[in-house]
Design a protein around this ligand. Structure first.
Ligand code: FMN
Ligand code: MN
Length: 467
């Protein structure tokens, strides 16, 4: 378990997994481009120590590999073992505790002292609508009816010295609509440089009312310590590096324009429009705080790792919760819209179709649901490709769902008129049965080496001089 981000960074650095850049870098496209190259080269986490015009350093790529993600939550780094670890945590949440004093409040800035310009916020991609300070900021809100907390990552653009435009997502927008219906502003806190378990949990599609911070406690193996925020009635991670506290007005007249941004789809998305805007009431931070951010966009990158692992585990947990037996492995290729599910075996005819229907009912952000047999490794796209190629007759094995499912406003394949906003968009979906059982005939034997000979060859591999 890591006490805070800093102890995780020490551990990364000891293993050569964190590099410091002492040279001054420009927030204007340079940081984004350096991180593009780092991700292409499957490089380390990077701490940019001197960012032009900013007072504080910026950390990027901390969770940019499966290995570093696994290190952060002390889990095995093979995809299947890592998924089992995250799924177990989801099934055994550990609620947070409250503390009185917190490092994240060593400095408290209010009124005229609030100046987002002091914090590093890159202009990441050439056609972005501005500087995005919130890419790995954990946005905390509370349901006004139940008091239940929500924590998620929603992009935030700097739109003033003390204002950010925010693209509230799934649950954040539910909470906001409840405040709006009461004509009241919504309190919000964005937390940066948190224990990395919180980033892992904040991107997981939990059900409404399930606490991402209780999941984070389970992921890190100890309850999160929270402290009461200074100017909003919310509790925030005590060890966070930086916390923005503020309010979102229910009145669109108070909002600023936000977007577009180079999105995970590989396209710019969320075109310039008036969006919910946070009016900051305080910034609190640790002594010499470390800001954290990430280069969004197409894989390979940090958010691909972050989202793939967490979403797949939550997806699997929810299929199990829905009573579907025999789920073996699940891989939702996070930054794509494709989910692959393998079954231990089909326990009855219609089992595959049940999986497809249950997957559709989870309301997650995928369009393609591919179900395969146990012999296919869902984490290996070449094997999925083989199953799709040789086990599917399109007229028989494909289910097309109508266009009334929740889609993504960032999915460019949907006609713009059908995706005006995060809460208003529609998508059709496809389920593909790439299994072999219950199709009414026997399959030919698959081509594989003889097991005994394979074992023997592997044991004597050095003898062949092929190393
Ligand atoms: C770097 C990054 C940025 C994200 N930005 C947004 C965003 O701007 N809006 C959004 O709806 N989801 C965004 N997400 C995805 C959400 O964090 C994710 O779907 C989360 O599970 C939503 O939580 P919720 O269901 O509690 O709303 C982002 C994810 C990552 C990794
Ligand atoms: Mn949530």
């Amino acid at each position: 378990m890591f006490a805070d981000l800093r102890s995780f960074l020490d551990s990364l650095e000891t293993r050569g997994q964190l590099k410091r850049v002492a040279k001054q870098v420009d927030w204007d496209l340079e940081i984004g481009t350096v991180m593009h190259e780092v991700h292409q080269r499957r490089g380390p986490a990077v701490l940019f120590e001197r960012v032009k015009d900013a007072d504080f350093p910026l950390l990027c790529g901390a969770l940019g590999s499966m290995e570093r993600y696994a290190m952060a939550i002390n889990a095995p780094s093979d995809p299947s073992g890592l998924q089992a670890h995250v799924l177990h945590a989801y099934q055994h949440p550990l609620p947070p505790v409250t503390v009185d004093r917190a490092p994240c409040q060593e400095h408290v800035l209010q009124g005229g002292d609030i100046d987002l310009g002091r914090f590093p916020s890159p202009f990441w991609h050439p056609l972005d609508g501005g500087r995005f300070i919130g890419t790995l900021g954990v946005v905390i809100t509370e349901d006004p009816d139940t008091g239940l907390r929500n924590a998620a990552l929603y992009r935030e653009q700097v739109v003033g010295k003390d204002k950010t435009g925010i693209l509230l997502g799934r649950h954040g927008s539910v909470v906001f609509q409840k405040y709006q219906a009461r004509g009241k502003p919504m309190p919000v806190a964005t937390c940066f440089g948190v224990d990395q378990a919180v980033l892992a949990s904040a991107v997981m599609p939990l059900n409404y009312g399930e606490d991402e911070l209780a999941l984070a406690g389970a992921l890190r193996g100890a309850p999160m310590e929270l402290v009461q925020a200074k100017t909003v009635d919310l509790r925030v991670p005590a060890a966070a590096e930086i916390v923005f506290e503020g309010w979102i007005s229910p009145d669109p007249g108070d909002w600023c324009e936000e977007g577009p941004f180079g999105e995970y789809t590989g396209y710019y998305g969320g075109e310039r429009a008036k969006r919910t805007t946070v009016q900051l009431s305080a910034i609190t931070h640790r002594d010499r705080p470390i800001m954290q951010g990430t280069l969004e966009g197409p894989a390979p990158n940090e958010s691909d790792v972050l989202v793939s692992v967490g979403v797949s585990a939550a997806f699997k947990a929810n299929l199990i919760k829905m009573g579907v037996p025999g789920i073996k492995d699940v891989w939702f290729r996070g930054r794509s819209f494709i989910a692959v599910i393998s079954l231990e075996r089909q326990y009855y005819s219609g089992h595959t179709r049940q999986v497809i229907d249950a997957a559709l009912a989870t309301n997650y952000g995928f369009k393609w649901i591919i179900v395969v047999d146990a012999d296919i490794d869902v984490f290996d796209w070449e094997q999925v490709d083989w199953a799709l190629s040789t086990r599917v007759q399109p007229h028989r094995d494909i289910v097309m769902a109508d266009s009334y499912h929740r889609g993504s406003s960032l999915d460019p394949s949907i006609e713009p008129a059908l995706r005006p906003s995060v809460i208003n968009n529609r998508s059709s979906k496809i389920g593909i049965d790439a299994t072999t059982q219950y199709k009414g005939f026997d399959w030919p034997a698959a081509v594989r080496p003889d097991e005994a000979m394979l074992r023997q060859v592997r044991e004597r591999w050095h003898e062949y001089g092929l190393e």
